[in-house]
Design a protein around this ligand. Sequence first.
Ligand SMILES: NC(=O)c1ccc[n+]([C@@H]2O[C@H](COP(=O)([O-])OP(=O)(O)OC[C@H]3O[C@@H](n4cnc5c(N)ncnc54)[C@H](OP(=O)(O)O)[C@@H]3O)[C@@H](O)[C@H]2O)c1
Length: 279
Amino acid sequence: MTHVIITGGSSGIGFAVASIYAARGARVSLIARSLDLLERAHADLAQLSGGVADNIGIEAADVASEDELIAAVRRCEAIFGACDILITSAGIVEPGRFEELDSASFRRQIETNFSGTVHAVRAVYDGMKRRGHGRIMMISSGAGLIGIYGYSAYCASKFALHGFAQALRSEAHAHGVGVSVCFPPDTETPQFQREFASRPAEAAKIMGTVRPWPADAVAKTIARGIDRGRFEVYFGTTLFLLGRFAPAIRPLLNWWFDRAIARGGNTAVHNGGVSERRT
Ligand SMILES: NC(=O)c1ccc[n+]([C@@H]2O[C@H](COP(=O)([O-])OP(=O)(O)OC[C@H]3O[C@@H](n4cnc5c(N)ncnc54)[C@H](OP(=O)(O)O)[C@@H]3O)[C@@H](O)[C@H]2O)c1
């Protein structure tokens, strides 16, 4: 039976992806820090699978701590067997202009979003290589495709994931291990609600007021990308074009955003995290 490990699986996008795999009858392990949130997610997933919780596991760990995370992954594998699919959804966002963002906040975002993903990959990669089988899906962001005012740490952490995924993909390919990275748009989750409230005014101006995607729609696209073995997974046409052609169109976008910020106008090429209008 497929064993899916999801960091950040207790909430938002991670939880929505967990729901899909639980409904498919997979064994699902959720890793996050808050045991309360994990227990709630466990109960909700059990309900989805007809009250049977046998295939759902939870482990409390901070992804920023390599030792803690590796130990948690080992416990998950001891219960449900080797990890077939790893999804790294654990992440945080703390917006703020660079000079106002203290170094602890900057570091926290890098250590959670980027290093936390690296730690999770390290925990499963050797085993996947040995078995010649496995898939790793990293959750980046639209903010991993273009730099956004007020998101220097978050963008850096999410851009870094893309580079990591590209290099790892080329190493993993020969060993039968698939690597994917996705770039979700603004998505209705607790993180988005917190972030939206603390978004700098300049960022709000350029991001506009496009409606965020529902978490289950984002999760479906992620699961489909995994099923199809896609390397890069995009959400909607705007983000797809940004992903494929960013170096060519970035100067134009930067000019547009700079002008919108200077004029105090409002443009909605994208919204929070660089987003895509739901159709
Ligand atoms: N929502 C959006 O608009 C959006 C857009 C693009 C990309 N993303 C990315 O999608 C991912 C999921 O975001 P979301 O919106 O679903 O957020 P969310 O609802 O806040 O869920 C985040 C999950 O990560 C866990 N987590 C956070 N820090 C952790 C840590 N240090 N160690 C272990 N677990 C940790 C949280 O649990 P605990 O707090 O209990 O640890 C929770 O389970 C993130 O990587 C985010 O950057 C989100």
